[in-house]
Write a protein that binds this ligand. Structure first.
Ligand SMILES: [Zn+2]
Length: 193
């Protein structure tokens, strides 16, 4: 019998001890105590002991310590840079995704629409800048409407160098292919083109 490895398990039903040679592992036998079928399982191997190579602090030279500190600081620096980049990207994304709404203090103060030649219309009016800042390029946007009041298209006029606290005139002509029954002001926008 020497040289043979034996394993001990407990019967799952009666908790009786069952001893078996290693080569019987995997077989199912009736429990010698209660006759319940028992799978002869090898006990789980002990997990390998975690082994870390810590240097003996006594053997560390000042150069080793400096190297370690340098590595630590370079990790902190890298993390800080990555966090910073993400912050900047996030702010840029928020600024970018903010829709360009119509200006609130630069508005169309009066306008009229008159028929022009061959299915076109002239829209003329005044735009007022009540802010203390000049607007380099203001885009006055109108929406044309069909006979049911449904939006049919957009038309716009550009006014350049609209001075602070000033009023300027604008005019535009609709296209002959555009359905124009009526029009409404969409607003004045900063034109970036
Ligand atoms: Zn049993």
């Amino acid at each position: 019998m020497s040289g043979q490895t034996f394993h001990k398990i407990l019967c799952g039903k009666c908790a009786g001890k069952i001893e078996f040679p290693a080569e019987y592992a995997g077989q199912t036998i009736p429990c010698p105590h209660c006759q319940t079928a028992v799978l002869l399982k090898l006990p789980p191997a002990d997990p390998p002991e975690a082994k870390y190579d810590y240097p003996d602090p006594a053997s560390l030279t000042p150069e080793d310590v400096a190297k370690g500190n340098k590595a630590k600081w370079s990790i902190i620096y890298t993390v800080a840079v990555l966090v910073g980049i993400n912050l900047v990207m996030g702010i840029l994304f928020l600024l970018r995704s903010k829709p360009d709404g119509p200006l609130t203090d630069v508005t169309v103060t009066a306008w009229k629409m008159e028929p022009g030649e061959y299915r076109t219309y002239y829209v003329t009016g005044t735009v007022s800048n009540s802010t203390s800042k000049a607007v380099a390029k203001a885009r006055i946007e109108f929406e044309t409407l069909d006979n049911k009041g449904t939006p049919a298209g957009k038309v716009s006029a550009i006014v350049s160098n609209l001075a602070a606290n000033s009023t300027a005139e604008f005019s535009l002509q609709t296209s002959p292919t555009q359905t124009v029954w009526d029009a409404k002001v969409l607003g004045v926008f900063i034109d970036k083109n």
